[in-house]
Design a protein around this ligand. Structure first.
Ligand SMILES: C[C@@]1(CC(=O)O)c2cc3[nH]c(cc4nc(cc5[nH]c(cc(n2)[C@H]1CCC(=O)O)[C@@](C)(CC(=O)O)[C@@H]5CCC(=O)O)C(CC(=O)O)=C4CCC(=O)O)c(CCC(=O)O)c3CC(=O)O
Ligand SMILES: NC(=O)C1=CN([C@@H]2O[C@H](COP(=O)(O)OP(=O)(O)OC[C@H]3O[C@@H](n4cnc5c(N)ncnc54)[C@H](O)[C@@H]3O)[C@@H](O)[C@H]2O)C=CC1
Length: 165
């Protein structure tokens, strides 16, 4: 697995499933300005609410391959592992696909992560123990408190000045 931080503003994201896991994936992507479509016969209230506010699109039906043919990033988070795995199979090899129910499918793992201003830290265990990834995240959250955000801003400004011609 190769770690990347991806600018998601304006990118088409299709999420199959409308449960807690779909919502957990959706929130940080929405913050980043991704264009999100949820396809799911049922959805939790928080997702329905976002759709009512027109912050995302929700289609209340089962997912079909044509729904994600032109998606930049596909998230398979239904409660049917077979459907999730089928999505990974039907997607183009050039699309990013995350399968929430089986780490062996798809080509993207979602890490445990947090930010302190411009500092972003993400941890994965390659599907071995998401719980350990979460614990390591909590330890690092203690180690890097909010003060690092301001320190990093100062370093950033100094660096920008040095780069000025
Ligand atoms: C492959 C991956 C999926 C992906 O990439 O999308 C995946 C897969 C699976 N998770 C499962 C279960 C749990 N996942 C969590 C928690 C988190 N899981 C996350 C990521 C990932 N989980 C990716 C690998 C990341 C890595 O390797 O480190 C985190 C880090 C990020 C996030 O989800 O937002 C988030 C912590 C967030 C945080 O707080 O920071 C908990 C604990 C809890 O919720 O408290 C449990 C229950 C305990 C347990 O089972 O361990 C199951 C079995 C499901 C079933 O039984 O059906 C599968 C399927 C499988 O193992 O194949
Ligand atoms: N952190 C992680 O990565 C974790 C992943 N999981 C996995 O994530 C998946 C989803 O978990 P939850 O959100 O808790 O499930 P959930 O049961 O709350 O929600 C599942 C959603 O999928 C929808 N759905 C079912 N069939 C569909 C279809 N054909 N097309 C579109 N949508 C469909 C349902 O309407 C429902 O909204 C599970 O498969 C579970 O194995 C579970 C726990 C943690």
């Amino acid at each position: 697995m190769f770690p990347l931080f991806i600018r998601m503003a304006g990118k088409k994201v299709v999420i199959a499933g409308g449960g807690q896991i779909a919502y957990r994936r959706l929130l940080p992507l929405l913050d980043e300005g991704a264009c999100i479509t949820v396809i799911s016969p049922k959805a939790i209230d928080a997702i329905v609410h976002l759709a009512e506010q027109k912050r995302i699109t929700w289609h209340a039906r089962s997912i079909e391959p044509s729904d994600y043919a032109d998606a930049f990033f596909i998230i398979a988070a239904t409660n049917d592992p077979n459907i999730n795995e089928q999505i990974a199979t039907y997607a183009s090899p050039n699309q990013l696909v995350n399968v929430a129910s089986n780490h062996l499918f798809g080509n993207v793992h979602v890490p445990a992560f947090f930010s302190r201003g411009k500092l972003q830290i993400a941890i994965t265990t390659g599907g071995a123990s998401p719980t350990l990834a979460k614990q390591i995240k909590k330890q690092l959250e203690q180690q890097f408190d909010e003060s690092i955000a301001q320190h990093l801003e100062t370093l950033y400004e100094q660096r920008q000045k040095r780069k000025e011609p």
